[in-house]
Design a protein around this ligand. Structure first.
Ligand code: UDP
Length: 335
């Protein structure tokens, strides 16, 4: 059960600092990052305390979650990377990020706890209900957000669900009406559940028009809380294998994400870990070369060796004939 903390972690410095400074500070403060995305490292309870606090004091706040898939997208998508860097906090979601932090970060700074949107949602709803704050649900296909609102009415009868809308915003007018509806709703927390990177792009494009303080990109969680897609049983989740369940539930949509995406993510994390340790050693040894230049130089040497060996093998019949000619034509050896 959610118990609000008296001391709200980091709330004062976060809320009292101007926006730009706060962004720089949050990058500095949660200094560890993956693929240039700074990741906050704290507990679920303190994350919820902070969000509820920001909602109560009407403080403009942007929150994101990153799992292996989101980070794989951000690796190539600069706009998404910038989005995450502009968030007040980015939470570590899932075993992949957890493992990556153990590989790429100093031991004592590895991710403490997994803060995924799906587990956070019911606890956040309890807290908002207790504090009298309203919520707006945006995302998923038609009828899904409404179903979540109906279910919330059962589980949290006193929670103010101030509005909901599906996440397929195909024309300007619908989007314009939606923003008006959100601004009039009186909600202080907006959950945007359109999947990555659509939800982040939508927030980047429309955030300046939104008057709702706390904006959280949560991914596909409405599908679970509307009972459209069953969630893995708790024991399965405890094993850190929810992705296997999701793959089994939606193989057509998920196979690329998990079967190709997970190994690719680990490769990229390995490269980042190597790059970081290279930078550390080069600082200690005091030589001045970037990791990518080092890799390029090494690749050039390896490719050179492969090319010359292949060339030698291919030319060897000609070289042998020339050697015999030299032996027969002159008295000396071919070398
Ligand atoms: N979705 C949406 N608008 C779109 C595309 C997708 O609202 O234009 C919804 C989709 O119905 C689903 C969610 O976004 O509910 C995507 O879920 P996914 O599991 O891919 O998101 P993730 O949590 O992995 O980012």
């Amino acid at each position: 059960m959610y118990i609000p903390n008296k001391k709200i972690e980091d709330a004062k410095d976060i809320t009292d600092t101007p926006l730009v400074e706060r962004r720089i500070e949050s990058t500095k403060k949660y200094s560890q990052s993956l693929f240039d995305v700074p990741i906050w490292n704290g507990t679920m309870d303190s994350a919820i305390d902070w969000m509820v606090h920001c909602a109560k004091i009407n403080k403009s706040t942007k929150v994101g979650f990153v799992n292996a898939n989101n980070l794989n997208i951000a690796y190539k998508n600069t706009a998404l990377k910038i989005h995450y860097r502009s968030c007040d906090r980015v939470f570590a979601d899932g075993m992949g990020v957890n493992l990556a932090s153990k590989i790429a970060w100093p031991k004592d700074q590895a991710i403490k706890s997994n803060i995924n949107g799906t587990d956070l949602f019911p606890i956040l709803c309890d807290a908002l209900e207790r504090e009298g704050q309203g919520i707006y649900l945006l995302g998923a296909s038609k009828g899904v957000a409404r179903r979540v609102a109906v279910n919330l009415n059962q589980t949290n009868p006193d929670l103010k669900v101030c509005g909901y809308h599906d996440g397929y915003l195909n024309d300007e007018l619908t989007n314009h009406r939606l923003i008006k509806d959100i601004n009039r709703s009186g909600a202080s927390v907006l959950l945007v559940a359109m999947g990555t990177p659509i939800q982040e792009t939508w927030l980047d494009e429309n955030g300046s028009q939104l008057r709702i303080p706390v904006k959280i990109s949560v991914g596909g969680l409405f599908d679970f809380y509307s009972n459209r897609v069953p969630r893995a049983p708790q024991w399965f989740r405890n094993l850190g294998s929810e992705w296997i369940w999701r793959l089994a539930m939606e193989p057509k949509r998920m196979w690329k994400r998990y079967l190709l995406g997970n190994p690719l993510f680990m490769l990229r994390v390995g490269k980042e870990a190597l790059s970081k340790s290279f930078t550390r050693s080069s600082r200690i040894l005091n030589f001045n070369i970037s990791f990518s230049r080092f890799v390029n130089e090494m690749l050039k040497i390896v490719l050179g060796i492969i090319a010359s060996t292949t060339g030698l093998i291919m030319l060897s019949p000609v070289l042998i004939i020339i050697a015999f000619c030299i032996v027969f034509e002159s008295n000396g050896g071919p070398l």
